[in-house]
Design a protein around this ligand. Structure first.
Ligand SMILES: Cc1cc2nc3c(=O)[nH]c(=O)nc-3n(C[C@H](O)[C@H](O)[C@H](O)COP(=O)(O)OP(=O)(O)OC[C@H]3O[C@@H](n4cnc5c(N)ncnc54)[C@H](O)[C@@H]3O)c2cc1C
Length: 290
């Protein structure tokens, strides 16, 4: 591993200053599960590595009546086990808990999962389902971006030079909300997803779908919403046939590639199967919600 400087800024301003000074020659280090192998294998040769663990509140997990704040360096294991999330943010726990093994989750962070921008990233799927916003710190202050707009392609994000991801804010869910994330991989969670599907439903008291969000992992160059499937559900009461139709629409409108894990055709079939499971579980949770 070769780099000239290692920094551990104590303030957001200091961090942005270092990032601005070094520009594309600087890399942030959070848990290191993605970046360290690249440094070791000399795929990346930054001049400066910037550790963010000393920044104030960077690993916070804070629930209030307005919603949830997750610091960018909150570890996936802490998120997956934090009982304060169980009632309203279970899908965020669930998605974080599906990332690899306990050893990886112990050090990997939610911000790293987003900034690595892998199309198959699991943890951010819970955030997309729950309408999270990414708060980005930069030399001119903070800005907010809807999490699904944070990604620009495989491995790329909207972050500009001098900026880093500070935290996520997730609005408190409306009454009648239920959400679930389903990961499909051959060797379980230790394996990278062939397909991931997250669904969040808001059900009215009479069972009509007030709002639906479905997002998919590993079937496009970046995480995507299944807009056609969502539209089919909104304003209707859920039936087996309607859920099938929505799952079919999600499969039809995604654009997976064939790789060593699965063919594009198989991935589409799995989108249909796992979106169905995600919608059904989201509906069950919504029915039980207050
Ligand atoms: C064996 C193994 C198995 C894995 N399995 C899975 C899996 O099943 N599912 C899955 O989703 N992922 C998986 N991953 C990938 C990885 O663990 C996750 O993406 C993890 O969440 C990354 O977090 P980190 O804190 O380790 O990031 P780091 O490695 O520290 O950083 C990742 C990238 O994001 C940048 N970065 C980090 N934090 C910030 C920030 N706050 N602001 C700006 N840039 C930042 C870094 O510069 C780097 O480019 C696996 C990795 C390994 C090694």
């Amino acid at each position: 591993m070769r780099f000239d400087q290692y920094f551990e800024p104590a303030t957001v301003e200091e961090c942005c200053g270092i990032l601005k000074e070094y520009g594309s020659d600087a890399k942030i280090l959070a848990g290191g599960t993605d970046i360290v192998p690249r440094l070791k294998n000399k795929i990346w040769r930054p001049k400066a590595v910037v550790g963010i663990s000393k920044l104030p509140d960077i690993d916070t997990i804070a629930v209030s009546k307005d919603g949830l704040v997750l610091g960018a360096a909150a570890s996936l294991r802490k998120i997956s086990l934090d009982q304060s999330l169980e009632k309203n943010y279970k899908v965020i726990m669930e998605a974080a808990g599906h990332v690899s093994s306990m050893q990886i989750r112990n050090i990997a962070t939610i911000g790293g999962n987003a900034c690595n921008a892998s199309p198959s990233a699991d943890a951010i799927q819970g955030l997309i389902a729950m309408e999270a916003k990414a708060v980005i710190a930069g030399p001119d202050g903070n800005r907010e971006v809807a999490i699904e707009d944070f990604f620009t392609g495989p491995g790329t994000t909207v972050l500009k030079e001098g900026e880093f991801l500070l935290k996520f804010i997730v609005p408190a869910p409306k009454a009648g909300t239920g959400a679930a994330y389903k990961k499909f991989a051959i060797r379980g969670d230790t394996d990278i997803s062939i397909v991931g599907s997250a669904c969040r439903l808001i059900l009215k008291k009479d069972g009509t779908v007030e709002d639906a969000r479905i997002s998919l992992a590993a079937v496009a160059p970046k995480p995507i919403r299944a807009a056609e499937a969502e539209k089919l559900l909104i304003g209707k009461k859920l039936t087996e046939e309607l859920i099938d139709e929505a799952a079919e629409a999600a499969a039809k409108h995604c654009s997976p590639i064939s790789d060593q894990r699965a063919t594009a055709e198989y991935r589409k079939q799995m989108v249909r199967v796992w979106t169905r499971h995600a919608v059904k579980e989201a509906a069950e949770r919504a029915e039980q919600a207050e």
